[in-house]
Design a protein around this ligand. Structure first.
Ligand code: PSU
Ligand code: MN
Length: 307
């Protein structure tokens, strides 16, 4: 185990990184707050298994008892999935979580930050945080965007969480200098849905093209992330009509109950899950799985290139 005094990087992850073998980071907010028990723990384990089966070392990131961990063991995963009161930590929360010895799941922002600090170049998640609907009044824009603007890591996702204002999220990504490419698609993925309805500025067909862009970004000294939008195949998406109906109701409930801040996302995801009879959960899990598969291909191509 490699321990720089503050962040614990597992032995498996640190030796893979020093040998130039492929590593993919995984976040834990989706485990602790995005998926219900007991599915969450089995998904966390399955995603790691998906990577291992492809010759890639998984690096699940989170904070256990105040210690940020990159490459969580089975006991850590159980804490994330099962412990009561696991906090949801973005980058700004890390100082107090660490100082207070708390358990915390890491968002895309905090995961990207910790993964990159450990030297990891590829990260797979479900949907990015972004600009919430009504943000012109609430100012609710995820720190995910701001951290990705200054973190050179490649993030494979199914677009942004579709509960967001996706058009505004894409505009902010442009402003912030986040590189965005559609994987085998001209449209930004819609998380549960194949298509968000918005175009992407660039399209890539193969992991090798992503790796070439990563190398170019490094060479140029581009400070931000490369986001690879990976849409679900049409036959795996949630029924769009059911989805839109469920979302409208969930948004209305959130407004009526006065949900704000970081509880908005878990609240909406939970309501949509109930309203779709679990179908959104299945689509969510399929999307993350697909992203992990693609991230594995990119990480392998990146490791090959460096040899
Ligand atoms: N997408 C999901 N489930 C989730 C999230 C995204 O399908 O739980 C999490 C991610 O960890 C993301 C976070 O970083 O929500 C963003 O939260 P906020 O909008 O509060 O920044
Ligand atoms: Mn927010």
């Amino acid at each position: 185990m490699h321990d720089d005094g503050l962040v614990q990087v597992s032995g498996e992850v640190s030796s893979a990184l020093s040998d130039g073998r492929p590593v993919v980071a995984l976040e834990t907010t989706i485990i602790a707050h995005g998926l219900p028990r007991p599915t969450n723990l089995s998904v966390a384990r399955d995603l790691e298994e998906c990577l291992r089966a492809r010759g890639v070392v998984p690096a699940t990131v989170g904070v256990v008892g105040g210690r940020p961990v990159v490459g969580m063991d089975g006991a850590g995963l159980e804490v994330m999935a099962q412990a009561e009161g696991v906090a949801k930590a973005s980058v700004r929360d890390l100082p107090l979580v660490v100082a207070g010895g708390a358990h915390a799941a890491t968002t895309v922002a905090a995961t990207a930050f910790l993964a990159r600090r450990a030297g990891i170049r590829v990260f797979a998640t479900g949907g990015l945080g972004g600009v919430h609907r009504g943000a012109s009044d609430s100012f609710d824009e995820s720190a995910d965007l701001h951290v990705l603007a200054r973190t050179p890591i490649t993030v494979v996702c199914a677009g942004a969480k579709s509960i967001l204002d996706v058009g505004a999220t894409l505009e902010r990504m442009e402003t912030l200098g986040i590189t965005v490419a559609g994987y085998r698609s001209d449209h930004f993925a819609g998380f549960y849905l194949r298509d968000s309805g918005f175009p992407v500025p660039w399209r890539v067909e193969e992991p090798g093209q992503v790796v070439a862009a990563m190398a170019a970004a490094d060479g140029l000294g581009i400070p931000g992330a490369i986001v690879v939008s990976n849409p679900l195949p049409a036959e795996e998406q949630l029924d769009p009509e059911l989805y839109h109906r469920s979302l409208d109701q969930a948004l209305e409930d959130a407004r009526r109950e006065g949900r704000t801040g970081k509880e908005v996302t878990p609240f909406l995801l939970d309501r949509i899950q109930r309203a779709t009879g679990g179908a959104s959960l299945e689509a969510n899990v399929r999307a993350v799985w697909r992203n992990v598969e693609l991230a594995a291909g990119i990480a392998r191509a990146w490791a090959e290139r460096a040899r």
